[in-house]
Ligand binder design. Structure first.
Ligand SMILES: *Cc1c(COP(=O)(O)O)cnc(C)c1O
Length: 222
């Protein structure tokens, strides 16, 4: 695995308006450093503890995105440094992020996770739920969070047609929500297997792991 050449290959295929999140979960800091030295600054992790440990070891200008399902009691460990939280799927979670951000006198940028997949296992809100959140009285009282976009995960399938339908669903949800919340800029969708399709469907942020760092070996690392 040559991380630098993988990274350069992917970057050369991305339009300028698309941001690359290098998904480094389960990978050692030495791998992240290889990507860092090749110019990558944004890294995505799905476990808070792992992100905190890597944050302590990586250079200070590294930017950290939490891309996994997030438990409320873990927010406090990363509130001081996390740059973007992709998977916000409830007001309760958002309220906790706001509370912890306040303690550090900062604003934390968040994406609302929208459920676009047919399969039941994926987390997320319906676009109707997202809309009620953004227009709610409760939401207007939060001072230290900023909702800057949406995130979605397609069904795990080989059916490209289905994935395309699901990506288009997220793009539509984004347009709809942006009409009531103009701050929305980011559509986070697309992973190693489908990021090109995601970009064709309107993605502005892709989360790519195995195509950069190689396949993950969960039995050894977790
Ligand atoms: C692991 C993960 C990715 C990256 O997956 P790859 O197929 O390795 O590119 C993207 N998004 C989320 C939410 C993930 O958990």
């Amino acid at each position: 695995m040559n991380i630098e050449s993988n990274l350069n290959h992917i970057k050369s295929s991305l339009p300028e308006h698309v941001t690359l999140v290098a998904v480094s979960k389960t990978k050692p800091v030495s791998d992240l450093m290889e990507a860092y030295q090749a110019g990558q600054r944004i890294f995505g992790e799905n476990k808070v503890q792992e992100m905190v440990e890597k944050h302590e070891q990586m250079p200070k200008d590294t930017q950290w995105h939490m891309i996994g399902h997030l438990q409320r009691n873990k927010v406090k460990y990363m509130a001081e440094f996390v740059d973007l939280i992709h998977g916000v799927d409830s007001f309760k979670l958002l309220k906790e992020i706001d509370k912890q951000a306040k303690k550090h006198n900062r604003t934390i940028n968040c994406l609302l996770q929208i459920k676009i997949a047919e399969e039941d296992s994926k987390f997320g809100m319906s676009s109707t739920e997202a809309k009620s959140l953004l227009t709610s009285e409760d939401f207007s009282t939060l001072t230290n969070v900023s909702i800057v976009g949406v995130m979605g995960m397609a069904t795990f399938t080989d059916d490209t047609n289905q994935i395309e339908q699901e990506f288009k669903r997220l793009k539509l949800a984004f347009e709809d929500l942006k009409s009531i919340h103009t701050k929305l800029e980011i559509i986070s969708m697309g992973m190693s297997g489908d990021y090109q399709l995601a970009i064709d469907c309107g993605s502005t942020m892709v989360r790519v792991g195995s195509s950069i760092f190689g396949v993950r070996n969960y039995s050894m690392n977790n």
